[in-house]
Design a protein around this ligand. Structure first.
Ligand code: DX5
Ligand code: ZN
Length: 213
């Protein structure tokens, strides 16, 4: 069954605890936390201190997506804040293989993400190191953007590249009921869903994605 990772970015920040409690009582598999620095992406969100505060109110699995430059400077802080998975962008890493192992050294799972225009071959030599590959189906920076159609084939090719390895394939950006179906059929294991989750009935929205075969 598909795993669903609601993105906190689209939650109600004036009543975050309420939304988190709703997610806990839903079929959500994890909480996707988008970290943006205003450099790697044009937007700014929050840092390790906020993740640490979130950790005090929930035991949900934290899927932390770092859209930041110089990610190596912040791995320790995000690991200690309570992340279960830290995903870095291949485009932001000078020494990707080392960075993956730094993440793992804190007992945290390591993911690598690729922007829509970045070729898959960036991952050729880290396939034996990563726990998860995150394919961006929009250019990162904002919630509520449209799924880029060419990403369907990229997801399919990523799945093929993973082969028998135990690497999870996550897709992030523009997921709604229709694009979720495309992504699942192309081989996605985890779908990030921000605006789709938090628009209307949160629990029903998550359930509708979980039911896709
Ligand atoms: C985009 C973020 C996403 C975002 C997805 O830069 O990485 O996780 O929250 O939002 P939707 O699902 O609305 O496209
Ligand atoms: Zn994300």
């Amino acid at each position: 069954m598909i795993k669903v990772a609601p993105s906190l970015l689209s939650a109600d920040f004036t009543d975050l605890k309420k939304d988190i409690k709703l997610l806990e009582s839903s079929e959500a598999d994890m909480l996707h936390i988008d970290i943006m620095d205003g450099h790697f992406v044009p937007n700014i969100t929050f840092g390790p201190d906020q993740v640490k505060q979130l950790r005090k109110v929930t035991d949900m699995y934290f899927d932390v997506h770092l859209m930041i430059n110089e990610p190596e400077k912040y791995i320790e802080a995000f690991a200690e804040a309570g992340s279960n998975l830290i995903t870095v962008h291949a485009e932001a890493a000078h020494h990707l293989q080392r960075l993956i192992h730094t993440i793992k050294s804190y007992g945290v799972a390591a993911g690598v993400s690729l922007n829509p225009a970045t070729p898959l071959c960036m991952l050729d030599y880290v396939l034996d190191d990563v726990d998860l590959i995150l394919i961006m189906s929009v250019n990162p920076g904002y919630g509520g953007q449209k799924f880029i159609p060419a990403m369907e084939d990229k997801i399919r090719q990523t799945k093929r590249m993973i082969g028998e390895r135990e690497i999870l394939l996550e897709v992030d950006g523009g997921i709604n009921h229709q694009t979720a179906e495309l992504a699942i059929h192309a081989g996605a294991d985890i779908l990030v869903a921000g605006s789709y989750t938090f628009h209307g009935d949160i629990r029903n929205n998550i359930k509708s994605l979980k039911e896709i075969k």
